[in-house]
Design a protein around this ligand. Structure first.
Ligand SMILES: NC(=O)c1ccc[n+]([C@@H]2O[C@H](COP(=O)([O-])OP(=O)(O)OC[C@H]3O[C@@H](n4cnc5c(N)ncnc54)[C@H](O)[C@@H]3O)[C@@H](O)[C@H]2O)c1
Length: 387
């Protein structure tokens, strides 16, 4: 028997059935021939599979990452395949912005954005020839929606596909945040009180995964309609104060700023563990909390994977990954499951093809994925599972 030593990038690439099918198709059709695509998305093995699919379609790719999530192996792999990469594993937003600007310096004709960074920087210093592109997340959509008039080009929002909503945000983020809690803390979930902030698709998934692991789950959601849904789904929905005070574990999944701040310190239960799963490191105010005069001691474990704080009140609390998206930070950050990212990245590849072909228009500025693309991705995945 021949014994080969495989890498994680190879394992991921082999597991992406949809991207592999699209790569075969793109090798024939070459939809991005002569075009440069600028990317600003987490650089990890699954995005490597996406970027290599775009390359199969003839694209030059100039890539950057997102704050805190860049994986050196992925950068090295991409560079070895001729992709220009401007990315570092940094948590410094000024440095991150400088790297994104380097992507825009290449004047790509298409942008693949994640969090709205690239499109908003483009507006600060526009260049000729940008055809449009895609935005991956809820947070990015929220940032770009008010800029529609200025952008005035096709930008398809992957997050607003029902497949992304249920396939990644609901099912995969829930599993991944749950796996992250177990991996970083090595603590149990049984009988623990878990409070989830936000009951959008991500919050729903997190709440269900912890419930399935025998935790008692509370949902804290500002929208009364979704709060009702959480109640009907069997979750506790008390006041915010009660939700904070009762929690052994707190997970934020809102896309909002300052969901848990220094002002909440006196409310928190002794030993509470806080994790953020939202895109920006603003949901748990890590800086404000760690600099609070209430904090009398701090201990960082494993390079900041966990930060424990001792308070004046003698209570303690622990924050995961300094408030950065916990499932893509810390030791061995696997992120969401390969299958779920294969859905989302198949939508990405097909949407970029649509924009490159010129058949998406200026009216399609910050709009959901076209329905026919959703149907193609869903049908192709099901076909790959039943063959
Ligand atoms: N970790 C990951 O791998 C991953 C993957 C996909 C999306 N995300 C991010 O997760 C976040 C949530 O995504 P979503 O699709 O569920 O978003 P969503 O907008 O559908 O849901 C967020 C919910 O939070 C609620 N909310 C806002 N502020 C709140 C507050 N202060 N307290 C309680 N509830 C509040 C909103 O009413 C909304 O219902 C976003 O930042 C998104 O970018 C993370």
């Amino acid at each position: 028997m021949e014994k080969l030593k495989g890498t994680r990038i190879e394992w991921v690439t082999e597991s992406c059935a949809l991207l592999s099918q699209i790569s075969d198709e793109f090798r024939q059709t070459r939809p991005f021939e002569g075009l440069t695509i600028g990317t600003g998305i987490h650089l990890e093995p699954k995005t490597v599979a996406l970027i290599m699919t775009l390359r199969a379609g003839g694209a030059n790719v100039v890539a950057s990452g997102n704050l805190s999530s860049t994986q050196p192996d992925s950068v090295e792999f991409l560079r070895s395949r001729g992709v220009i990469v401007h990315a570092e594993q940094t948590t410094d937003s000024a440095r991150h912005t400088a790297l994104l600007k380097k992507v825009l310096d290449q004047q790509p004709q298409l942008l693949l954005d994640n969090g709205g960074d690239l499109f908003s920087l483009y507006l600060e210093s526009p260049y000729p020839g940008l055809l449009g592109g895609t935005e991956e997340t809820t947070s990015g959509r929220m940032l770009l929606e008010p800029l529609r008039e200025k952008l005035d080009m096709p930008i398809l929002v992957i997050n607003d596909s029902p497949i992304k909503q249920f396939g990644e945000n609901r099912h995969a983020v829930g599993q991944s945040m749950f796996e992250t809690y177990m991996r970083l803390t090595n603590r149990s979930t049984n009988g623990k009180r878990v409070t989830v902030f936000g009951y959008g698709p991500c919050g729903k998934g997190v709440a269900n995964c912890f419930r399935n692991a025998f935790s008692v789950v509370t949902v804290c959601e500002t929208d009364p309609v979704l709060r009702l849904e959480a109640h009907l789904d069997g979750f506790l929905t008390p006041s915010r104060e009660e939700a904070l005070a009762s929690a052994d574990v707190i997970v934020t999944e809102t896309g909002a700023i300052g969901v848990v701040t220094e002002r909440d310190l006196l409310l928190l239960k002794d030993g509470a563990i806080l994790l953020n799963g939202g895109h920006f490191p603003t949901e748990i105010d890590f800086k404000g909390i760690t600099r609070s005069s209430e904090v009398i001691a701090r201990c960082d474990f494993e390079n900041g994977a966990l930060t424990s704080l001792k308070l004046n009140s003698r209570k303690s609390l622990t924050i995961a990954t300094a408030g950065h998206m916990a499932n893509l930070a810390g030791p061995r950050p696997l992120g969401n499951s390969i299958e779920s990212m294969d859905f989302g990245f198949a939508l990405q590849a097909k949407c970029l093809e649509r924009v490159a072909s010129g058949s998406a228009t200026r009216q399609d500025c910050v709009v959901p994925v076209p329905r026919d693309i959703d149907k193609w991705v869903a049908g192709s995945y099901l076909a790959s599972r039943t063959e």
